[in-house]
Ligand binder design. Structure first.
Ligand code: SAM
Length: 290
């Protein structure tokens, strides 16, 4: 491509796709960003920490990618749609600052990818206008890898964003909030109207920032922590005692003492517990299970 097309113009996007017999695919959450100011604002959010190496998930037709490159980032872009990979290769042909790979990010092994990717001298930043269809599983997958990035900035469905940063006692608080708080310091940076996407999605969006947190458990204790958190929130109306008795029937007689050692009232509900109470409880049960 000789000249850089305007990647935030719906008319240009429609033409670029049509010329290649492509169209926005709903199963891959293809809602393209059509507002250059928002693209700039999202990319600028990465600047909370130093560094100019970024991984972008789902570059689509490249609106955010171009903004990152303009800001001097070296970018590894991972896109599932082969048609869009070819389009991106054409758009950014000859630009040595970008690598485009066809990949399903739900199947990426982050440790391997980061090791094999020699361009990264430091932990890269992660950025995405995330496809809504994969936001929950994707965020969970990077959290359980202990967030191997210096900063993560994601645009996602508004409800999921608020759920991630919810605090105990709020109706949004759930397993994802506890697990997110354990691995990261998260905050919602700003909300985004659905008018800045083509095609326009039915839901509103928000941009969140995640910074790796200080983890209080040993790595080998963490799978049990995640299992307990996910297990008890499956029945969030039941007491912690009843939930634990269901999850660990052989430990039933000891549940009261586990709770008191973790500062938990056995009759409380999962949504009343904070992350450190879950962590203490998990460590005690982990030690007994050894
Ligand atoms: N970044 C572009 C933008 O802001 O205009 C496109 C964002 S669009 C919401 C989501 C993008 O993620 C699409 O390009 C879609 O093909 C891609 N995608 C969907 N599922 C994916 C997956 N599992 N792995 C990698 N990319 C995926």
């Amino acid at each position: 491509m000789n000249e850089m097309p305007d990647l935030t113009s719906p008319r240009v996007l429609r033409e670029l796709l049509k010329e290649r017999s492509l169209s926005p695919k709903r199963q891959w959450g293809q809602n393209f960003l059509i507002d250059a100011n928002i693209a700039h604002k999202i990319a600028a959010s990465l600047e909370a920490v130093p560094g100019r190496e970024a991984i972008e998930i789902g570059p689509g037709a490249g609106a955010l990618t171009k903004t990152l490159l303009d800001k001097g980032y070296r970018v590894l872009a991972l896109e599932i749609d082969r048609g869009l990979v070819s389009l991106l290769e054409e758009i950014f042909m000859g630009n040595g600052q970008i690598q485009i790979r066809q990949a399903d990010v739900l199947k990426v092994n982050w440790q391997e990818l980061l090791q094999e990717h020699s361009a990264f001298n430091n932990l890269p930043k992660l950025i995405s206008n995330l496809p809504y269809v994969i936001s929950g599983p994707f965020i969970y997958s990077i959290l359980k890898e202990a967030l191997p990035f210096s900063i993560v900035v994601l645009m996602l469905q508004k409800e999921v964003a608020w759920r991630l940063v919810a605090t105990p006692g709020s109706p949004d608080y759930g397993a994802l909030s506890v697990i997110c708080r354990y691995y990261a310091y998260g905050r919602v940076l700003f909300e985004v109207s659905s008018n800045v996407f083509w095609p326009k999605p039915k839901v509103g969006s928000a941009v969140i920032q995640l910074l790796p947190g200080r983890r209080s458990l040993a790595p080998e204790e963490e799978p049990l922590f995640r299992a307990i958190v996910q297990g008890v929130f499956q029945q969030r109306r039941k007491t912690i005692f009843n939930n634990l008795a269901r999850l660990f029937p052989d430990l039933r007689d000891q549940i009261d003492s586990f709770c008191s050692a973790s500062g938990i009232t056995p009759t409380s509900r999962p949504e009343e517990l904070d992350v450190e109470q879950f962590a203490k409880l998990s460590r005690i049960i982990y030690n007994i299970h050894q």
